[in-house]
Design a protein around this ligand. Structure first.
Ligand code: GCO
Ligand code: MN
Ligand code: MN
Length: 401
């Protein structure tokens, strides 16, 4: 692989090298993505799950995640299923990899063309539950502790086709049913719901992190349910990913994360992590690391369609290295005495009002606030030095501080 000049020297090249401790994971579907798009056919040959496990492990990844049908063909007989699972488990143990997360393919087969849990057809909804129960069993058998629900085709093209209130209720019924199933089976499993605003349907239900968070608290078992936000999906809605993730973290609901990148609000691009939105993703990594997020750093992205297999491994290594580079840059940013000093001044920590506000509501705080005299004009005249602060962030990101 061609490395940028500053990373080729012995002293620095190892610093960002991914290791198992970094908890990097990839979907089987990401590295095995064959580059088919709506306008062109496959450009890469099939990549076997065993080869993916081996190569990712060599590159320093820790986990590999899958949809049921990434591993087991849709129509496989029980014997074939068991053989494939046996071989895959062997590869996991040979190469020291784990399966932290599993999920269901509820979007590829034509049966799901109108969605799965929210499809109008009761038979399709029932089949979706049956398929998901099987896929949960498979995930648990492989050791998964997180189970992801991405809406896939849960949405509409023709608005009149579904009552959107009924759709929300149907999704709730499905998640309640499946969480009860996991509980009754004694599985140690947490569910992570993944929002996306559109594609493949022209509109998908539960389009953003915020919609998902609100929905979770209406479920029967909210404690076992969190979110799996994806960089690209929030950018598709024009949102600040860092803020959405922060809200999930603060609520204790960041159960998993799909790292990738995206050029603005358009079709879902699933680009190499950190290849586009360098500033926002620097702040994302800083947030995850400072908040002590200890879940998988999962990449849900794929290599450019121009690449052959070598390019796929360049892509995978690039995702992990960039995460580690951001992590180091964030550490340096927060250790920079000038940054610390400026942040201290900006936050005016010595103000008597800081102490007062920290007391929260009481009759005494109410009285003190009512009696306080403020000078709004003076407060309105002050400058906040955000230009200076932001330039410092930029200089850290660009590597000159
Ligand atoms: C997308 C989605 C999917 C899901 C995956 C797990 O790119 O539209 O993110 O990749 O994450 O299917 O269910
Ligand atoms: Mn995803
Ligand atoms: Mn995506």
């Amino acid at each position: 692989m061609m490395l940028p000049p500053q990373l080729t020297s012995e002293s620095t090249s190892d610093q960002y090298k991914p290791t198992k401790k970094d908890k990097f994971s990839f979907g089987l579907w990401t590295v095995a993505n064959r580059g088919r798009d709506p306008f062109g056919d496959f450009v890469r040959p099939e990549l076997s799950p065993v080869r993916s496990v081996q190569k990712l492990s060599e590159l320093g990844a820790w986990g590999i995640n899958l949809h049921d049908n990434d591993l087991i063909p849709f129509d496989a007989a029980a014997q074939e299923r068991d053989r494939i699972v046996r071989e895959f488990k062997q590869a996991l143990s040979d190469y020291g990899m784990i399966v932290p997360m599993a999920t269901t393919n509820l979007f590829f087969h034509p049966v799901f063309k109108d969605g799965a849990f929210t499809a109008v057809s009761p038979a399709v909804r029932a089949f979706a539950l049956q398929k998901t129960m099987k896929a949960i069993d498979l995930g648990v058998e492989l050791g998964a502790t997180t189970y992801v629900f991405w809406g896939g085709r849960e949405g509409v093209d023709a608005e009149a086709s579904k009552d959107p209130i009924v759709a929300v209720k149907r999704m709730r019924d499905a998640i309640n049913f499946l969480s009860q199933y996991a509980i009754d089976k004694g599985y140690k499993l947490r569910f992570a719901l993944e929002p996306k605003p559109n594609e493949p349907r022209s509109d998908t239900y539960f389009p953003t992190i915020g919609h998902m968070l609100a929905f979770i608290y209406t479920l029967d078992h909210p404690d076992m349910i969190g979110v799996n936000p994806e960089v690209a999906h929030e950018y598709m809605s024009g949102l600040n990913f860092v803020h959405g993730v922060a809200q999930a973290l603060e609520a204790g609901k960041l159960f998993h994360i799909d790292l990738n990148d995206q050029k603005g609000p358009r079709f879902d691009q699933d680009l190499r992590f950190g290849s586009e939105n360098i500033k926002n993703l620097f702040f994302l990594v800083r947030l995850l690391e400072k908040a002590g997020y200890d879940g998988p750093r999962h990449f849900d992205a794929h290599a450019y369609r121009t690449e052959n297999e070598d390019g796929v491994w360049d892509f995978a290594l690039g995702c992990m290295r960039t995460y580690n580079i951001f992590k180091e840059k964030a550490r340096r940013f927060d250790a920079d005495p000038e940054v610390q000093q400026l942040l201290k001044e900006i936050n005016d920590e010595g103000s008597p009002y800081a102490a007062l506000l920290s007391k929260g509501y009481s009759a005494e705080t109410v009285r003190q606030l009512q009696e306080a005299t403020f000078d709004p004009d003076a407060l309105g005249r002050q400058g906040y030095s955000y230009e200076k602060l932001d330039q410092m962030s930029i200089e850290h990101i660009m590597g000159v501080r």
